[in-house]
Design a protein around this ligand. Structure first.
Ligand SMILES: Cc1cc2nc3c(=O)[nH]c(=O)nc-3n(C[C@H](O)[C@H](O)[C@H](O)COP(=O)(O)OP(=O)(O)OC[C@H]3O[C@@H](n4cnc5c(N)ncnc54)[C@H](O)[C@@H]3O)c2cc1C
Length: 466
C-alpha cells in the first residue's frame, strides 16, 4: 500500500527544490501556533520555494486525500495553523521577499512568506508606508496576515488587511493557480474573487503572492497617553479626536486599569509614563500628520482643549520617537502575558462590540468570570474599531478551563449582539461559537463555498467550521 510518505518521496523527485521534513526532523514550532493548543503530529512539513511547487504539492495531496494546513509565521491565536494529525504542514517560510515596489501605483508585490516587519521596512525605505501593524510584526508573515484579515493598531485610519490588498496569487486545493495579481485601485470586472481568500484562514486556497496597497509615509507622528476617569469620558475623547484630528487620527488604544497594572507593574522593561487610580482608563492616541510645523501644533491644541474641559485628568505627551516607542510598549506588553512571571497560561479573546457598550461588557463579563469560575481578567482594545481584548485566567488551573471561560464570555457577546472574533479569526478554538455571530443561512452558504472550492475537504479541514 502506498503511504503518504511514499507519495511525498515520489513528489520530491519532481520538485527537488522543495524540502520535506519528516519524523524527528519536524520542528516543534511547526506543530502548533500561539493558541496554547498542544502540539499535533503532522506526517511532514513541506517547505516549497515557488508557486509551482505549492501547486504540485496540493495536486498530489488532493489526489490522495491528504489534509494540508498552510503556515505563515505561526503567531495565530486560535489554532488555525496547527496541522492536522497525519496531514502535511505547508510552510510558506522559504517563499519570502519583496518582488516589486511601484511608487506611482503605490503598490508592493510580495511573496506570502515575507515577515510583516520586512514589508514595513521595505515600504519605509521606498519613502512609503505599509499601515498594517501588530505586536507579532517580527514573526508573522503577510500570507498569514491576509488569511486572517488581521487588524491591529491602525485600523481606525487605514482599515484591516482586507483593505490593504489589491491582488493575490492563490493556489486552490486541487493545485489550480489563480494569478489574480491586480495592481489597480479600481477593478469592477465581475466578482472580486480575492475577497474569498482574505480572512478564510487557509480553508479555501493558499496565498502565494500579494499586491499590497501602500500609503504616503507620514510626515510627522504625535502621541499622547491620556488618563480618563470613566468610559463616558473615553467616548468624549474619541469623539473630539475624530473631529479635531480628522483622518490623521491613526490609533486610539484603550487600556483598562486591570490591564495597565499587569502591563506596567509585572512586565519587565515596561515603565508607566502616567499613574492612574482605580476605575480609570489610559488611552494611547496617535496622530500621523503631513508635517510637524502645521500638524504638531494641531495635536497640542487638541490636547489643551481636552485637558481644559476635564475630559482628560492626567497625561503624558511624547517629546521624541523614544517616548512614542515607550508609549507603544505599554500596549505591546500583552505579548509578554504568557510569561509565568506575569500571568502565564491564559485564554485570550478578541471580541467585537458596539463601541458604546464595551465598558458595560467588560464589567459584566469580568464579574461573571470571577463569580462563576474564580477567573481573573484584564481588558484592552482598539476602541475606535469596537474591538475589545480580554485576557482571562484561573490562577493555578492547568489546563485552563477553556470551554467554561469561553461559554461565559461568548454568551454575553451574543447578548450584546457582538462578534466572537473581531480580528484573530475562528481557527479551531472559536468553532463552537461561530453560530453566536453568524446565522444558519450564512453558515450554510460558507459551507457551500468551501464545498465548491475544496470538495474533498483537504485544505485545512476542521478549521472555522466542521
Ligand atoms: C503578540 C501577538 C500580537 C498579536 N496582535 C494582533 C493584532 O493586533 N491584530 C491581529 O489581527 N492579530 C494579532 N495577533 C494574531 C496573529 O499575529 C495574526 O493573526 C497574524 O495575522 C497571523 O499571521 P501568521 O503569519 O503568524 O499566520 P499563521 O499563524 O501561520 O496562520 C494563521 C492562519 O492563516 C492560514 N495561513 C497562513 N499563511 C497562509 C497562506 N499563505 N495562505 C493561506 N492560508 C494561510 C493558516 O492556515 C491559519 O489558518 C497577534 C499575535 C501575537 C502572538
Amino acid at each position: 500500500m502506498t503511504t503518504v510518505l511514499d507519495r511525498l518521496h515520489e513528489l520530491q523527485v519532481q520538485v527537488p527544490d522543495m524540502r520535506f521534513l519528516t519524523g524527528p526532523d519536524i520542528p516543534e514550532r511547526n506543530r502548533t501556533d500561539w493558541s496554547f493548543l498542544p502540539p499535533s503530529s503532522p506526517v511532514a512539513v513541506a517547505r516549497p520555494t515557488s508557486t509551482d511547487e505549492v501547486s504540485k504539492l496540493l495536486a498530489a495531496c488532493h489526489a490522495d486525500g491528504v489534509p494540508v494546513t498552510p503556515q505563515g509565521g505561526l503567531t495565530g491565536l486560535c489554532g488555525g495553523s496547527r496541522p492536522i494529525d497525519g496531514g502535511v504542514a505547508l510552510s510558506l517560510e522559504r517563499m519570502s521577499g519583496v518582488e516589486r515596489i511601484d511608487p506611482d501605483g503605490m503598490t508592493m508585490t510580495v511573496l506570502a512568506g515575507t515577515p510583516l516587519e520586512t514589508v514595513q521596512k521595505a515600504a519605509d525605505e521606498a519613502g512609503l508606508f505599509f499601515s498594517l501593524d501588530l505586536g507579532a510584526r517580527g514573526s508573522c508573515a503577510i500570507g498569514g496576515n491576509l488569511s486572517t484579515n488581521a487588524g491591529g493598531n491602525r485600523v481606525i485610519r487605514y482599515g484591516m488587511a482586507r483593505d490593504l490588498v489589491l491582488g493575490v496569487e492563490v493556489v486552490l486545493a486541487d493545485g489550480t493557480v489563480l494569478p489574480m495579481l491586480n495592481t489597480m485601485l479600481k477593478n469592477n470586472a465581475g466578482y472580486d474573487l480575492k475577497q474569498l481568500f482574505l480572512g478564510s484562514e487557509g480553508t479555501l486556497g493558499v496565498i502565494t503572492r500579494a499586491v499590497l496597497r501602500l500609503h504616503p509615509r507620514p510626515g510627522c507622528v504625535s502621541a499622547a497617553l491620556c488618563v480618563v476617569d470613566g468610559y463616558d469620558k473615553v467616548l468624549d475623547l474619541l469623539r473630539t479626536a475624530r473631529r479635531r484630528l480628522g483622518p490623521m487620527l491613526s490609533a486610539f488604544e484603550v487600556m483598562w486599569d486591570d490591564y495597565w497594572y499587569q502591563a506596567t507593574q509585572r512586565v519587565s522593561g515596561v515603565r508607566a509614563p502616567v499613574e492612574i487610580g482605580g476605575g480609570s482608563h489610559v488611552v494611547l492616541v496617535e496622530m500621523q500628520g503631513l508635517g510637524a510645523e502645521v500638524d504638531t501644533p494641531r495635536f497640542e491644541a487638541w490636547l489643551e482643549e481636552v485637558f481644559a474641559s476635564a475630559t482628560v485628568t492626567d497625561g503624558a505627551v511624547a517629546q521624541s520617537l523614544g517616548d512614542i516607542a515607550a508609549f507603544w510598549a505599554t500596549r505591546d506588553a500583552a505579548a509578554e502575558f504568557a510569561n509565568p512571571a506575569v500571568i502565564g497560561p491564559h485564554i485570550s479573546f478578541d471580541v467585537g462590540l458596539p463601541v458604546k457598550r464595551m465598558d458595560d461588557f467588560a464589567r459584566e463579563s469580568k464579574a461573571a468570570l470571577e463569580r462563576e469560575l474564580g477567573c481573573q481578567s484584564v481588558h484592552y482594545g482598539h476602541v475606535g474599531d469596537g474591538n475589545l481584548h480580554i485576557v482571562a485566567w484561573v490562577p493555578g488551573a492547568a489546563p485552563q478551563p477553556l470551554p467554561e471561560v469561553s461559554r461565559i464570555v461568548y454568551d454575553i457577546v451574543r447578548a450584546y449582539e457582538g462578534t466572537v472574533s473581531a480580528e484573530h479569526g475562528i481557527g479551531t478554538l472559536k468553532k463552537p461559537y461561530l453560530g453566536h455571530t453568524r446565522g444558519p443561512d450564512e453558515m450554510a452558504l460558507m459551507r457551500r463555498i468551501k464545498n465548491c472550492l475544496d470538495p474533498e475537504n483537504n485544505l485545512n479541514p476542521g478549521k472555522v467550521f466542521d
